[in-house]
Write a protein that binds this ligand. Structure first.
Ligand SMILES: Cc1cc2nc3c(=O)[nH]c(=O)nc-3n(C[C@H](O)[C@H](O)[C@H](O)COP(=O)(O)OP(=O)(O)OC[C@H]3O[C@@H](n4cnc5c(N)ncnc54)[C@H](O)[C@@H]3O)c2cc1C
Length: 494
């Protein structure tokens, strides 16, 4: 008889693990707290507009290729490569820098600010590329069953990269570039990892390589949620069952094994193997009552910034906006240093805007536009009260209006604002942290919460806060790593 796997959570990691387990002959059931699949990769439909709620683009598209190949299937969605990748604006009336993967074209953007850009970026990316290829298989795509094992593996990374562990991304940029604009733009990747470029090790400059040279950025025809729809359809066609509005709140165990998980209504869920897609650190503390993951301990960890997201339906087309846009300021060092702990007000925010309808007309009524605004903000440890959300949103929308020279407020016919309290309650994101545990050197690899439970030998973890880390491609890799672990314990059944 087939072994049954219960997957707690239908985020990308949960769905991808479900696909891999079905491929190996497992029967797969999902329980999900939210009313539909996707986790952070979710969708909001409102007033005739369709919004991607979280992720709006991704790198390392070949990880999706690997997943579908693994499952002997074809891609149930269509990728579109971004070109330019995004635009960056530093001030009202200032230049919009278009970030191209074609480095010659990119150099033209910085012709005044950084005359030697082309030469410098080649040198910078060569180093970053070596780092990527020297660590991808040794560190990123590896399971570590102990810290010692991790350290042994790390020692295999060529020693020439050691200075990049002690230097910050900003130091590395300073060594290669002079222009403020170039340095700020190339350092934005640090925020995805949960820290500022001033305290993120230069090893992570490898992300610039994945962004600008290796594979670029992609999104999906019809919107990012097509990924989730395609995967869910594939899973349902192969017998997977989805149980929404079902939150696991407790468990029963015996002899070192989970015997059942209990939902909010007291119903019990039994399976041979359990895969937790909820945040791997939060779940261990809040549901499994592990002291090591108590709120006091978790509060001492480093977490990525909270999302403050605004979804706007606009009753006309906006002329001066690109598909993906960053709106920044001229006080980067000050802002970056203070935004994590909110000693900097949110009245002059830095934010990202995605105009999905620019390239996916079906996501807005004819002649209209939908806008997704993401402003990274302090998590609930540092700013628990968001009663000023309307005011913050008003500031952001006002700033955007003046930069675009377009009155957004008076053209808005649909508005939804989500702050970190919503993100926490929708998906159990710890203290509303958007990307999960940060990626400090002491929170990655062997130091990150493992994908095998410490106590119950039939419980595994997948997703952003276990190995290897956050972001869509990393979550797909996470599903591969956890499947390897499950197969070691239970074997392939097909
Ligand atoms: C605003 C925002 C923008 C982002 N933008 C990008 C981007 O552009 N590119 C990119 O690559 N990444 C981006 N990310 C990061 C990316 O979304 C995540 O890294 C990835 O989606 C995490 O997937 P996951 O598998 O860890 O699961 P999650 O998405 O966290 O899903 C976990 C699921 O488990 C469910 N769950 C939790 N607890 C329970 C429980 N007790 N019982 C039942 N169900 C439970 C949750 O409801 C959720 O559906 C963004 C994230 C956010 C928040």
């Amino acid at each position: 008889m087939n072994k049954k796997a219960l997957i707690i959570g239908t985020g990308l990691g949960g769905l991808a693990t479900g696909m891999r387990l079905i491929k190996h002959g497992y029967q797969v059931d999902f329980v999900e707290k939210y009313h539909q699949s996707g986790g952070r990769l979710n969708q909001l439909k409102k007033d005739g507009f369709t919004f991607d709620m979280g992720p709006s683009f991704f790198s390392m598209s070949y990880e999706f290729d690997e997943l579908v190949k693994y499952c002997d299937t074809t891609m149930p969605f269509e990728f579109v490569e971004l070109d330019p990748l995004y635009s960056v604006n530093f001030k009202k009336g200032g230049k919009n820098y278009l970030i191209y993967k074609d480095l010659k074209k990119l150099a033209e953007q910085f012709a005044t600010e950084e005359p030697n850009f082309e030469q410098s970026i080649h040198k910078y990316l060569k180093r970053a590329g070596e780092l990527f290829h020297d660590t991808e298989h040794i560190v990123i795509k590896q399971n570590f069953n102990s810290i010692a094992g991790y350290l042994v593996q790390l020692a295999r990374v060529p020693w020439k990269h050691a200075p990049m562990m002690v230097r910050s991304i900003w130091d590395e940029l300073n060594r290669n570039f002079d222009s403020y604009e170039v340095k700020v733009i190339l350092s934005l990747i640090a925020f995805f990892l949960g820290a500022t470029p001033f305290d993120t090790p230069a090893v992570y400059s490898l992300l610039s390589y994945t962004e600008l040279q290796h594979d670029g950025y992609y999104n999906v025809k019809g919107g990012m949620y097509k990924i989730v729809e395609g995967m869910e359809k594939w899973l349902r066609e192969r017998g997977a069952k989805f149980n929404f509005n079902t939150e696991i709140v407790d468990f029963r165990s015996s002899n070192g094994q989970i015997t059942s998980f209990i939902d909010q209504d007291g119903a019990s869920w039994q399976a041979d193997v359990h895969v937790v897609n909820a945040d791997a650190a939060w779940f261990r503390g809040a549901i499994l009552n592990r002291k090591k993951y108590s709120p006091e301990k978790l509060d001492k960890q480093k977490w990525t910034l909270g999302p403050f997201t605004i979804y706007l339906g606009i009753d006309k087309k906006i002329p001066n906006i690109h598909h993906h846009n960053y709106f920044l300021g001229e006080n980067f060092k000050d802002y970056a240093g203070k935004i994590f702990k909110n000693s900097m007000g949110l009245d002059k925010p830095y934010y990202y805007v995605n105009a999905l309808s620019k390239f996916n007309a079906e996501c807005a009524p004819e002649g209209m536009e939908n806008l997704f605004i993401l402003c990274p903000v302090p998590d609930l440890r540092y700013k628990p009260d968001w009663s000023d959300r309307e005011e913050i949103a008003h500031n952001i929308i006002g700033d955007l209006s003046s930069r675009l020279d377009f009155d957004i407020e008076s053209s808005t016919i649909s508005k939804t604002i989500l702050d970190p309290t919503h993100w926490q309650s929708m998906f159990n994101l710890y203290k509303g942290s958007g990307l999960g545990l940060a990626h400090d050197l002491n929170q990655i690899g062997g130091f990150r919460p493992r994908n095998i439970d410490e106590k119950f030998n039939n419980v595994y973890y997948v997703g952003a806060s276990t190995v290897p880390g956050t972001g869509l491609p990393m979550t797909i890799i996470s599903s591969k790593l956890v499947t390897e672990q499950i197969l070691k314990g239970y074997g392939s059944l097909s």
